[in-house]
Ligand binder design. Sequence first.
Ligand code: AMO
Length: 438
Amino acid sequence: MTLDKLNKSSTRTHFSKELKNLKIGSEIRVAGWIEDFRNIGKLGFLTLRDVTGATQSVLLGDNLVKAKTIPRQSSILISGTIQPTKSKNFEIEVLVKEIFVYSEATQTLPIDPTGRIESDLDNRLDSRALDLRNPKISKIFLIRSKVLKIIRDYFTLNNFIEVNTPKIIGSASEGGSNLFSFDYFKKKGYLAQSPQLYKEQLVLSLDKVFEIAPYFRAENSHTVRHISEFLSVDIEAAYLDYFDIMDIIEELIKLILKSLKESDCQMDFSFIQNKSFADFINSPFPRISYEQCIKDLEKMGEKINFGDDLLDSSLRKLGEKYNNFFFIIDWPINLKPFYIHEHDENPLLSKSFDLQFGYLELVSGGTRQHDINKLKSRLQNQGLSIDSFTNHLRSFEWGMPPHSGGGLGFDRLMMVLCNLSNIREVVLYPRDTSRINP
Ligand code: AMO
């Protein structure tokens, strides 16, 4: 049967990466796009790429004549026979029997998806689907998918229940003014900035929950680590404290690194620096108190008063001293949201943590306040209206267990895993103050 007569959607027999395992002489059909084409006299070499890799194919006669007319990046199907190759870049090649064009690419593409001609990030994001034909770029999203699966498996295995809380909400989940609002029938609606209140309520009956979902922050931040819509991995667990949550997060991150190292994702592990991978995995992430951070900064010539936030410049200095994963623990209570528990011995401190990678904050969490009266006074102290939290506070009258949790900025973790300095690189279609399309 000729390719024209076959049902095109079911005609592929293999992906590119599978061909090298086949016997010489095997008949195959592969589908993908034309990455390259070279014509040398009576021979043509066409590189077909799919998401798994590239295949060298050899064209003669009519097939060569046809291939010359097909623009690069067009979507094609080739049928042929596996044969040995003299190429240094491929293990086998395909002698083409027939070539079928599904869809031609226009002659002048907005970016070069082979990456040979570099484009700036804005242009790449404007043509993201095409950008992803560059294997270096698609690899980021293959890693992203793999890491999400590792996270999901890890929590499920550890008896966390995956939940889905609403993203359209009627009042602020955390306080603060960084909410996107919109008309919701005859009321005002908001896009959720985090699942904080819901995940806390859910431990009342579900005990341990996790959610992987996008959240929205209307922050006017123009940085390489802030976006308006980010993916968060949230966890919340009854009867655990913030040290347990730090243990869980540390174990998870080490598991991710180990799994990526053992997989076919050739990650850049240079951040481990002078240690062996085994030593890195076996040594605990340092847990530095806020007060110790202030002392460290003082030695570096920066005076921070107790209760002041650690701004970007301070975190960068600390990130030079602790240049890998480390926790900053026991923040002043005034810097933390109303739901964070104060320290038993010193109520000026909180049972809280941030996980940093150098200057970059990846996770924030803590032990939660589960005493309804203390919660109410924290809300008042922070200038928030108790009335707006009525629904939430009710659940604290129904036998709320002590609980703790944290939120991991997944896109920021991806920046670390892929060694990229701009968060937009690891998000398919990032949203920021100036980007809402495509
Ligand atoms: P927080 O506001 O610190 O805590 O957010 C948790 C983590 O989410 C990531 N993050 C962002 N990533 C990209 N762009 C943004 N604009 C952005 N904002 C936050 C960061 C951050 O550490 N409810 C608490 C978590 C908890 O206590 O469970 C919360 O939302 O990596």
